[in-house]
Design a protein. Structure first.
Length: 148
């Protein structure tokens, strides 16, 4: 059996040196705009996931399409994956109006990855090389990593 992966929530496989959708055997390269496998929506005209839209302060983001973990990539190329990414996506979606994010009403202030803060205490988090940032006053931590 060849390699397998997911593209926009659809299982794909590597056959004869090409990625194809497992269900239709159609080349992924010929149908890159296929609707999301989770929400069944097409991408926006700007090329964003329909369920996310344009999220300010991010270079890239993916909801996971129900098949993979969500991730976000900040402008400085730092990535956050999994549930922490989903929390940030939800906050950005809730508080964004166009390209503006109103952080004073948000219950979380972890958007500037060079200045991560604890959402409970507002204290700066210590970024550890193990990929976690910790609050010195409580057990709060968040996963982070620098993407390639």
């Amino acid at each position: 059996m060849g390699a397998a992966s997911y593209y926009r929530g659809h299982k794909i496989e590597y056959i004869n040196n090409e990625w194809v959708y497992s269900d239709t055997k159609k080349l992924v390269s010929e149908d890159k705009t296929r609707a999301c496998g989770k929400c069944a929506n097409n991408e926006t005209k700007e090329g964003h996931d329909a369920c996310l839209g344009e999220l300010p302060g991010l270079m890239n983001a993916c909801c996971g399409h129900g098949a993979d973990e969500p991730y976000i990539q900040f402008l400085d190329k730092t990535c956050i994956r999994g549930n922490d990414a989903k929390i940030i996506i939800d906050v950005l979606k809730k508080y964004s109006g166009g390209n503006h994010v109103d952080l004073k009403n948000a219950n979380c202030a972890i958007f500037d990855v060079n200045n991560l803060v604890c959402p409970t205490h507002g204290t700066k988090l210590y970024k550890h090389p193990n990929g976690l940032a910790y609050c010195s006053l409580c057990n709060y931590s968040i996963k982070w990593q620098t993407c390639c």
